[in-house]
Write a protein that binds this ligand. Structure first.
Ligand code: SAH
Length: 394
C-alpha cells in the first residue's frame, strides 16, 4: 500500500479524527497512487494516522475512512460499514415512513457515499473517486442487504468535478423507478422523480422539521417559500392550515407539489401555487400589503464554501428581512440554512441583522437541526449543515 507522510505538525486534525487531509499537508507520497486508491497516512514522526482515499485532483488530497491500523479495507470492511449504517436507520422506517437516508458520507465512515431509500428503490450519490472505485462492490452489498427493486446513480453533483469524476445519472442495477415513485414520510405520500428531481430526488433531511412546523399551523395562513414538492405545504395541510401559498421557481417542483396534494386527498382549494423567484414574489406581497401567520423560508445552499460566506450572509439577511415584514404581528417565521459554511451562531447573527433592518423585535422559540439519519460526527463539524430557527416576530 502506498504510504503518505505528512509535514511536521500537520497530523493534529487526523489524530483528532477529522477525515480530511488537505494537499498542502503532504510531505511525501511514497509511490504513485491512482486517484481513489486507499493509502496509508503517516505522521512526520512515523506514527500511523489512518487509511484513506487519495485524490491528486482534489484540495482534499486524502479522505480518511479508518483509524485502526489492524483493519483491512476490503469487501468485508465495506459490508460491515454499510450494515452498521443501515441498521442505525431502522427505527425511522415504519408503516408511516418508507424513505430516509441510509448512508451519509463521512458521518458513516464512507466519505463520498450517500444512499437514500425511496420505498423499494435506492438512490446513490458517489462524490469521491475512492467510492467510485468500489461502486460495484457497494451495489452488490446493497442488493444483498436490502433486496431493492432498483438502484439508481444520481451522482450529478458539482462535487464530482472537484474529484475529477464525470457526471452520472442512470440506472446501476435492477428496474428503473417509475417517473413518479410514491413514498411515504410521516404518513404523508409524495411523488418522487429520482431521475429529474433535485438532490437525490427528495429533501428527507427536513422530515422532523416539517412535522414540528406543522404543529403551529392549525387554522393559520401559511406561506411556504422554496416549497419544492411541498414538504412544509403538505404537513401544514395535514394539520388543518387555513390556507397555504407555495412558491418555487422550478416548474417540476410545482407540478409535483400539485400531484402530491391530490395524492393525499387534501383540499386543493386551500392551496395557491406560484412558480416564481421567491425574492421577487416576496416583494410582490410587500407591495400589495398581503400578510401571513406562518412563513417558511427553506432556500437552497447560498454558501457552497467559506469563500461565498459574505455574499451568502447578505442574501440570507435580505430574504429574512422580507419574510419578517410579511408576517402578522406575533406571526411565526421558520427560517433555514443548509450551508455547511454558516454555523448556527453565524446564522443567528444574520437573523439579528435582518430583524434590525426590518425594525422588528424577534424571539427564537425553537431551534431546528438535521434528523438522525444525517448524523454529525463530533470530530467533523462540517457535516452539520442544516440548521433553522423558529422565530416569533413581534
Ligand atoms: N422546502 C423543500 C425543500 C427546498 S429545496 C422541502 O421541504 O422539500 C430548495 C428549493 O428552492 C428547490 O425546490 C428550488 O427549486 C427552489 N429555488 C431555488 N432558488 C429559488 C428562487 N430564487 N426562487 C424560488 N425557488 C427557488
Amino acid at each position: 500500500m502506498v504510504e503518505i507522510i505528512l509535514k511536521r505538525g500537520k497530523e493534529k486534525a487526523a489524530i483528532q479524527r477529522h477525515p480530511w487531509i488537505f494537499s498542502g499537508a503532504l510531505e511525501k507520497v511514497k509511490g504513485k497512487p491512482e486517484n481513489g486508491e486507499v493509502v496509508k497516512v503517516i505522521a512526520f514522526d512515523d506514527e500511523f494516522l489512518g487509511y484513506g482515499y487519495y485524490n491528486s485532483n482534489s484540495r482534499v488530497a486524502v479522505r480518511l475512512l479508518e483509524w485502526d491500523e489492524n483493519q483491512t479495507i476490503d469487501t468485508k470492511w465495506y459490508e460491515n460499514r454499510l450494515k452498521q449504517a443501515i441498521a442505525s436507520r431502522q427505527f425511522i422506517l415504519n408503516d408511516e415512513t418508507n424513505t430516509c437516508r441510509l448512508v451519509f458520507s463521512e458521518a458513516d465512515f464512507l466519505p463520498g457515499l450517500i444512499v437514500d431509500k425511496y420505498a423499494d428503490f435506492l438512490s446513490l450519490q458517489i462524490l469521491s473517486s475512492g467510492i467510485e472505485s468500489v461502486k460495484n462492490d457497494i451495489v452488490e452489498i446493497l442488493k444483498a442487504e436490502l433486496n431493492p427493486k432498483g438502484i439508481f446513480d444520481k451522482s450529478d453533483a458539482i462535487a464530482r468535478g472537484h474529484e475529477g469524476l464525470a457526471i452520472e445519472n442512470g440506472l446501476l442495477w435492477g428496474e428503473n423507478p417509475p417517473e413518479f415513485l410514491e413514498v411515504k414520510e410521516n404518513g404523508i405520500a409524495y411523488h418522487i422523480n429520482i431521475a429529474e428531481g433535485q438532490k437525490s430526488g427528495f429533501y428527507c433531511d427536513q422530515r422532523d422539521n416539517r412535522s414540528i412546523l406543522a404543529s403551529y399551523t392549525n387554522g393559520k395562513k401559511v406561506l411556504d417559500c422554496f416549497s419544492y414538492s411541498g414538504g412544509f405545504t403538505l404537513n401544514s395541510l395535514a394539520k388543518n392550515a387555513k390556507s397555504v401559498t407555495s412558491v418555487d421557481s422550478s416548474a417540476l417542483a410545482i407540478e409535483t407539489l400539485k400531484q402530491n396534494i391530490t395524492l393525499n386527498n387534501f383540499d386543493a382549494e386551500k392551496v395557491t401555487t406560484i412558480q416564481s423567484d421567491v425574492n421577487k414574489q416576496l416583494r410582490v406581497f410587500k407591495d400589495s400589503g398581503e400578510l401571513f401567520d406562518v412563513i417558511v423560508l427553506d432556500p437552497p445552499k447560498y454558501a457552497p464554501s467559506r469563500s461565498a460566506m459574505d455574499r451568502a450572509a447578505r442574501a440570507y439577511k435580505d430574504l429574512n428581512r422580507l419574510g419578517m415584514l410579511l408576517l402578522e404581528k406575533g406571526g411565526l417565521l421558520a427560517t433555514f440554512s443548509c450551508s455547511g459554511a454558516i454555523d448556527i451562531e453565524t446564522f443567528k447573527q444574520i437573523i439579528a441583522w435582518a430583524a434590525l433592518d426590518a425594525g422588528k423585535e424577534v424571539q427564537i422559540i425553537k431551534q431546528f437541526c438535521q434528523p438522525e439519519d444525517h448524523p454529525v460526527r463530533i470530530s467533523f463539524s462540517e457535516g452539520e449543515y442544516l440548521k433553522g430557527l423558529l422565530l416569533r416576530v413581534l
